[in-house]
Design a protein around this ligand. Structure first.
Ligand code: ADP
Ligand code: ADP
Length: 234
């Protein structure tokens, strides 16, 4: 079944008297369990689309069905609720809070949601940190960790609400090749365990880890292909 369906999605920005047409009527359906790489040259609209998909920004017109619900019509507080219960986010620069430990960073989305932190949330976040291989770093702070370890904290944090859909904005953009492969192996494992992932990347080597590659150009879909014939050593 479809987890994401966008229909005639248009996004304009208005700057003074000028209208900037960024997304020019996109139609895309993403199936539950898929792993999609969004590619395209700088300025093609990738970030704008990811912001709409992440309910951080609303389309100018068109529909965005997340599951069965048209989130394009939702009010801000409902969008916020959708973000924190349905979506997980991973960023290029990790977006961890430096004063907090690994486990506390993983707990953050719960805190944002107003959930009371206690022994059970701590146990859950500790288990997630252990799952991403940081069992011996639970009380470290982000600056005591490598970039790859920081991104693993962010992956654990993205999972804390058991989201249906994980959105990644160049998740390996600040990492060396070897570490990028480790992160992509982790994302692939998550995808195989059932998580739907949509990730922006401008690197072909990274897009090869996805199952499907959607390329934007000038706010339209230029190509949409599946990576079926790929061979990737794990
Ligand atoms: P990409 O992520 O593919 O580089 P973006 O979605 O960031 O593309 O940007 C697409 C176009 O939209 C660019 O021309 C950019 O200048 C414009 N744009 C993005 N955000 C804004 C904004 N807040 N106001 C005006 N124009 C914007
Ligand atoms: P609210 O509108 O209620 O303040 P936010 O927009 O701050 O909600 O965030 C809602 C959820 O979206 C958070 O629980 C978090 O998981 C995710 N999120 C949004 N932006 C970020 C970010 N910059 N870093 C980490 N998580 C984010």
């Amino acid at each position: 079944p479809a987890i994401v369906r966008i229909v005639d999605l248009v996004k304009n920005y208005y700057m003074g008297t000028q209208t900037v047409h960024v997304l020019k009527g996109l139609n895309l359906t993403f199936d539950e369990g898929d792993f999609i790489a969004l590619m395209g040259p700088s300025g093609s609209g990738k970030s704008t689309l990811l912001n709409v998909l992440g309910c951080l920004d609303r389309p100018t017109s068109g529909s965005y069905f997340l599951g069965d619900v048209d989130v394009a019509q939702m009010a801000d507080d409902q969008l916020s609720e959708v973000r924190s219960t349905y979506l997980g986010f991973i960023f290029q620069s990790y977006n961890l809070l430096p004063q907090y430990t690994v486990v506390e960073n993983v707990e953050l989305p719960l805190l944002y949601q107003g959930i009371k932190l206690d022994e059970s949330t701590k146990a859950r976040c500790t288990a997630l940190a252990e799952m991403v291989g940081l069992g011996d770093r639970l009380d470290h702070r982000p600056l005591q960790l490598s970039g790859g370890q920081q991104q693993r904290v962010a992956i654990a944090r993205s999972l804390v609400n058991d989201p249906h859909l994980i959105l990644g904005d160049e998740p390996t953009g600040n990492l060396d090749t070897k570490t990028s492969v480790e992160i992509m192996q982790m994302l692939r494992a998550l995808n195989r365990s059932g998580k739907t992932i949509i990730m922006v990347t401008h690197e072909n080597d990274i897009a090869e880890w996805a199952r499907r590659v959607v390329r934007l150009r000038d706010g339209m879909v230029e190509s949409d292909t599946r990576n079926d014939a790929r061979t990737i050593t794990e």
